[in-house]
Design a protein. Structure first.
Length: 236
């Protein structure tokens, strides 16, 4: 991902050890770790950081601060900010924000469940953060319990620039549904794509299929929301 000055942000995972120019990262006591690195216009790495046991989603706000999601096991340190999973040595998800210099601004336990495929996120023009994730059967977000017996469901969360939750919304329907990508356009509309089986519901819009299909959903920031949807069959 590129910032306004041409800086390139990279995120992903490495095993045991990884080198980014003059910066060498180690996964420590874990065989796998996540990373966040920044390079300049010439491809020279300016800094690199180890992040938990995985790093997936990345987005920038209007000041080029970077937001990252991922997972960790037990405990994790983000520039002096320490997080611990709710269960001892369990798996947890995090959301962290870094300044363009690489300094950590804040890091929080995410209410979204950790996912090997990552929790997609995006930041709108007002620097509000949208984060998507999933759960199986039942989960609690911000004191609200969502349920979907014997199947997986998506929860879309909106947070402020400091990572404080504004709201959570469940995507319902029959069968499983999973989030894959979040994005925004210059008008401030937010788009979510993913997969579903049988049926998926977005407000008053229902999509159905006898096989696994993709969905797309958009949320407008205008006073009277405009929603659009489409579905297409996955390639075999």
């Amino acid at each position: 991902m590129l910032d306004r000055l041409g800086g390139l942000y990279l995120t992903g995972e490495f095993y045991r050890e990884a080198t980014f120019g003059d910066f060498t990262l180690s996964s420590g006591s874990y065989y796998r770790a996540g990373f966040l690195a920044k390079a300049d216009l010439n491809g020279v790495f300016l800094w690199a950081q180890t992040l938990g046991t995985g790093a997936h989603g990345v987005a920038l706000d209007s000041a080029d601060n970077v937001f990252v999601t991922g997972e960790f096991m037990g405990t994790a340190s983000f520039g002096g900010v320490f997080l611990a999973t709710r269960e001892v040595n369990g798996n947890g998800a995090y959301l962290a924000s870094f300044a363009p210099s690489g300094a950590v601004l804040w890091a929080r336990n995410s209410e979204q469940s950790p996912s090997y495929y990552g929790n997609p996120l995006t930041v709108d023009s007002a620097d509000r953060v949208y984060l998507a994730g999933g759960f199986y059967s039942e989960a609690t977000f911000g004191g609200t319990t969502f349920s979907k017996p014997s199947s997986s469901s998506t929860v879309l969360s909106k947070l402020d620039a400091d990572g404080q939750t504004l709201w959570h919304k469940q995507i319902t329907g029959t069968g499983d549904n999973y989030p894959r990508v979040l994005a925004r356009d210059t008008a401030g509309n937010v788009y979510l794509t993913g997969y579903f089986r049988n049926q998926v519901v977005f407000g008053e819009t229902n999509l159905s299929s006898s096989i696994s299909e993709t969905y797309s959903w958009s949320k407008s920031r205008a006073p009277r929301p405009r929603r659009s949807h489409s579905s297409r069959k996955r390639k075999p």
